[in-house]
Design a protein around this ligand. Structure first.
Ligand SMILES: C[S@@+](CC[C@H](N)C(=O)[O-])C[C@H]1O[C@@H](n2cnc3c(N)ncnc32)[C@H](O)[C@@H]1O
Ligand code: SF4
Ligand code: SF4
Length: 433
């Protein structure tokens, strides 16, 4: 019998080599300070929790995700794991989850949090079908916790270690109970910090089990020179094994955690992809929100402004979306009218062979269009158009079928071009693909 654990590489060890995950780095800030954590937002060299090569806005993250799915075919989970805490950046986190869910109705969604701020969002997380949450609980005794957490920001006030730890622990317990009450699978991460909590972690596992957690992940502390615990050594294998064995009495153990970056992508332990890291940086440089974008709400995803009333289509005969942008001599321009679609213009595309300026001219040509529908497009023109505020969808099928979701802002996922369409136009450098 299949279960929600099957396709998640962290919750199910058997899936770790077949199913990948992508972390979207949309949450830079944190609402607490763990003494072992050192966050970095522009770091390409280190492979550890809390680092990312860039920070994305929700809209940028959605564009980046397109690149991820184009390069990696085995991604089953989209998650948010910092580099700070998702609920110290609740607006960005929830906006990203809404956009991703709208665009990818069947993908698994997950996130990792310290639990302090998640409470008010649990209901909506369940509505968005966020199926897996990781809650990091490093202690359940406030005295031990106060040695791990330097401060906790609750509401507008920053609380010092002891008072803050008491609040944090209470919020974590409440969050775990509520997450389970909403049918969400919960993994509890507990960072094993030698000399601080090694004898206490089995008690964390026992408490987590009593509150309904599904699985426990005792993670060896990774030494961060930039953190307050920077001088401490990483726990040895024997200690990790001993603590995991004592915790296994209470909960099944995850033993294959690879202590991932906040922008990790692919299978666990896989080397970072240089091309996707470059894509992430390119997406970070895009406008945080193009002209034709307004934040999503619970009911609708992309509500598009009247500043760009039209949608452009690449079509050979005017019935199907079946043209690669590089091959298109003309683009059809549609608008929505009285619940129907009207062809309002046929525009000649800028002449081929103009290099980069061809795509800039194309962006100008489509300055009143909110979206371009084609069955293929090169990386460079796509980036130029997205940066100028034209959303791009690579789809195939009847124009009319594609225009309905395109105008309403609904998902076009079911129409996505199945095979990668290369430009067969007049030679290299012409279409930019
Ligand atoms: C960077 S955090 C982001 C999500 C969230 N703020 C949290 O703490 O769960 C992701 C995971 O990395 C862990 N982590 C951070 N620094 C670490 C370190 N130096 N060694 C081991 N795990 C670490 C956190 O405890 C957490 O479980
Ligand atoms: S809660 Fe997460 S991001 Fe924040 S300091 Fe702790 S480990 Fe780092
Ligand atoms: S850090 Fe561990 S639990 Fe989180 S995604 Fe990586 S392997 Fe999974």
């Amino acid at each position: 019998m299949s279960s929600i654990f099957d396709n998640h590489p962290c919750f199910n060890k058997a899936a770790r080599k077949t199913h990948g995950r992508v972390h979207l780095p949309v949450a830079p800030r944190c609402n607490i300070q763990c003494r072992f954590c050192d966050r970095k937002f522009d770091c390409v060299n280190e492979s550890r929790p809390g680092v990312a090569s860039g920070i994305l806005s929700p809209y940028q993250a959605l564009v980046y995700l397109d690149h991820v799915f184009a390069e990696k075919k085995n991604i089953s989970v989209v998650g948010i794991a910092g580099p700070g805490d998702p609920f110290a950046n609740a607006d960005e986190t929830m906006e990203t989850l809404r956009l991703v869910r709208q665009q990818y109705p069947d993908i698994l969604l997950c996130l990792a949090t310290n639990g302090l701020g998640i409470g008010p969002y649990i209901k909506e997380l369940a509505n968005l079908k966020v199926s897996h949450v990781t809650l990091t609980m490093n202690a359940v005794d406030p005295e031990i916790a106060s040695r791990i957490y330097a401060w906790v920001r609750h509401g507008k006030r920053v609380r010092q270690a002891m008072e803050g730890s008491e609040i944090l622990l209470e919020k974590q317990s409440e969050a775990l109970i509520q997450l389970k009450a909403h049918g969400i699978a919960v993994k509890v991460n507990s960072i094993l910090i030698p000399g601080i909590n090694e004898d206490h972690i089995p008690e964390v596992a026992r408490t987590a089990a009593s509150l309904g957690a599904d699985i426990f992940n005792c993670i060896p502390y990774y030494p961060n020179p930039g953190s307050a615990f920077g001088h401490m050594e990483e726990p040895g294998k024997d200690l990790v094994q001993r603590v995991r064995a004592a915790s296994a009495i209470h909960l099944p153990q995850m033993t294959h955690c690879t202590r991932c970056r906040a922008d990790a992508v692919g299978c666990l332990g896989e080397q970072e992809s240089p091309s996707l890291m470059a894509k992430l940086k390119a997406c970070e440089a895009m406008p945080k929100m193009p002209d034709n974008y307004r934040p999503a709400d619970e009911d609708s995803c992309r509500i598009l402004s009247p500043k760009r009333p039209f949608i452009a289509v690449g079509s050979r005969e005017g019935i199907l979306v079946n043209q690669h942008l590089g091959e298109a001599d003309t683009l059809l321009i549609f608008r929505e009218k009285d619940g129907d679609f009207e062809l309002v213009d046929t525009r000649s595309t800028p002449p081929k062979g103009g290099g980069e300026s061809r795509w800039e001219d194309m962006a100008a040509l489509l300055s009143d269009c909110r979206m371009l529908l084609v069955n293929g497009i090169g990386e460079r023109p796509k980036t130029v158009l997205l940066q100028s505020g034209v959303d791009v969808a690579e789809v195939e099928g009847l124009i009319e079928t594609a225009l309905t979701p395109a105008f309403s802002g609904a998902s076009l996922m079911h129409l996505k071009t199945r095979s990668i369409k290369a430009c067969s136009g007049a030679g290299a450098g012409v279409c930019g693909a």
